[in-house]
Design a protein around this ligand. Structure first.
Ligand SMILES: C[S@@+](CC[C@H](N)C(=O)[O-])C[C@H]1O[C@@H](n2cnc3c(N)ncnc32)[C@H](O)[C@@H]1O
Length: 325
C-alpha cells in the first residue's frame, strides 16, 4: 500500500457508530477525558471527538508511526487543540493520566489487535501474503524480540504451545518440529520461509481448509511477540480502575483468548462479591460496575459487507456506577 495514503484510507474503524453511542453519554461535560488506548489511525477517536465537542482526547498507541498519522488526521478534522497523544502500551493508562495531572477518565476505548495500516506495511512482517523480515513488533523501537528471535530461541514445546494456544493451530506440533529442524541448518528470518515451511509441514488436506495454512501461525506469533494477552490482563484492571464514577469502558476483541479475558474481568466487576447464602448484600460486596452490552455484540451483515475485519469482532462495555467506593 502506498505510504502517502492518509489515515482515513488506511483502516476502517469497526463498529464505530456503536462505540460512539456507548461512550457518548459519559462525555457530556466540559473537559471530559476520553482515553483511546489503541488510537491506531484515529478513526474511532475522530468520530468520538466529532460527536462530543466538550471532550478532550488522551490518545495512546505503542506504534509511533500510527500516532504520527493519527495526529495529522485529528488536526485535519479540526481537533488539534484538544488532543494529547502518548507513545505507550495501554496497560499504562493510569500512569499516563497521572503524568498529565488528570484524576481519571470519563470514557475509555480499547480496539484490540492490529490496524490495517500495520498489516499493509510490508516491512513490518505481519502478513503471510508478502515476503518480509519476520519482525511483527507493533513497536519496532521497543527493543523486544522479533518473531524471528522467538523462532530462533524458543524450545520446540514452547513454539507448539504458542501456535496451539494463541492460533488454535491443530498442526502446532508438526510446525514446531519443522521449525526446529530447519533452524539447525539456517535461521528463519523471512516470512516467505515460514510460509513455505508451514505449507510443507501440514497434511495436504489441511492446506485447502480453513483459510491460508499460515494464517493461524502468523496470528499466534504476533500475539506472542507483542505479549498481547499478558498486557491485556493488566490493562483491563488499570482501565476499570481509571474510570471516574459514571465513566464507561468499551473493548473490541478479535480473538477468543482476548474476549475471554474481557468477559472474565467485566464479570468480576459487575457481579456481587457476597459469599453465597448471605441473607443481605453488604455495601462492600455490591458491584461497582454495570454491563452496558448483553454479552458480546457482533457486527451486522451491512458492516461485514463493508469491512471484512469486522467478522471476528466482539464488543463489550461497562459503566462505573456513581456510588461511593
Ligand atoms: C485495531 S487498531 C485501532 C484502530 C483505531 N480504533 C482506528 O479507528 O483507527 C489497534 C491499534 O492498537 C495498537 N495497540 C495494540 N496493542 C497495544 C498495546 N498493548 N498498547 C497500546 N497500543 C496497542 C496497535 O498498534 C494499533 O495501532
Amino acid at each position: 500500500m502506498p505510504h502517502s495514503l492518509p489515515a482515513e484510507q488506511r483502516h476502517l474503524p469497526v463498529l464505530r457508530d456503536r462505540c460512539v453511542e456507548l461512550l457518548l453519554p459519559a462525555l457530556q461535560h466540559d473537559g471530559a477525558v476520553y482515553v483511546d488506548g489503541t488510537l491506531g489511525m484515529g478513526g474511532h477517536a475522530t468520530a468520538i471527538l466529532d460527536a462530543a465537542p466538550q471532550a478532550r482526547l488522551v490518545g495512546i498507541d505503542r506504534d509511533a508511526q500510527a500516532l504520527d498519522l493519527a495526529r495529522e488526521r485529528l488536526q485535519r478534522a479540526g481537533h488539534g487543540d484538544r488532543i494529547t497523544l502518548v507513545h505507550a502500551t495501554y496497560d499504562r493508562i493510569p500512569e499516563v493520566l497521572d503524568d498529565l495531572g488528570l484524576p481519571g477518565a470519563a470514557a475509555i476505548l480499547l480496539d484490540l489487535g492490529l490496524s490495517s495500516f500495520q498489516i499493509d506495511t510490508d516491512e513490518r512482517g505481519f502478513s503471510y501474503a508478502v515476503d518480509a523480515p519476520l519482525d511483527m513488533r507493533m513497536d519496532p523501537d521497543s527493543g523486544g524480540p522479533t518473531a524471528a528471535d522467538l523462532l530462533a530461541d524458543l524450545p520446540e514445546e514452547e513454539i507448539a504451545r504458542i501456535l496451539h494456544d494463541l492460533g488454535d493451530e491443530r498442526h502446532a506440533r508438526r510446525i514446531a518440529r519443522a521449525v526446529v529442524r530447519t533452524r539447525q541448518a539456517a535461521p528463519l528470518t523471512r516470512s516467505a520461509q515460514l510460509v513455505d515451511l508451514i505449507e510443507q509441514a501440514v497434511p495436504a488436506v489441511a492446506r485447502h481448509r480453513g483459510g491460508h495454512p499460515a494464517k493461524r501461525s502468523f496470528q499466534a506469533l504476533r500475539i506472542a511477540v507483542n505479549r498481547e494477552l499478558e498486557i491485556l490482563v493488566d490493562a483491563l484492571e488499570g482501565a476499570l480502575d481509571a474510570l471516574l464514577p459514571g465513566g464507561r469502558l468499551a473493548v473490541e476483541s478479535y480473538h477468543s483468548g482476548e474476549d475471554r479475558l474481557v468477559k472474565t474481568a467485566f464479570h468480576r466487576r459487575t457481579t456481587s462479591s457476597a459469599p453465597p447464602g448471605l441473607p443481605v448484600e453488604l455495601e462492600e460486596h455490591r458491584p461497582r460496575f454495570a454491563a452496558l452490552t448483553r454479552g458480546a455484540e457482533k457486527a451486522d451483515d451491512a458492516e461485514l459487507a463493508r469491512n471484512p475485519r469486522a467478522a471476528s469482532v466482539r464488543l463489550r462495555a461497562v459503566e462505573r456506577l456513581s456510588i461511593p467506593s
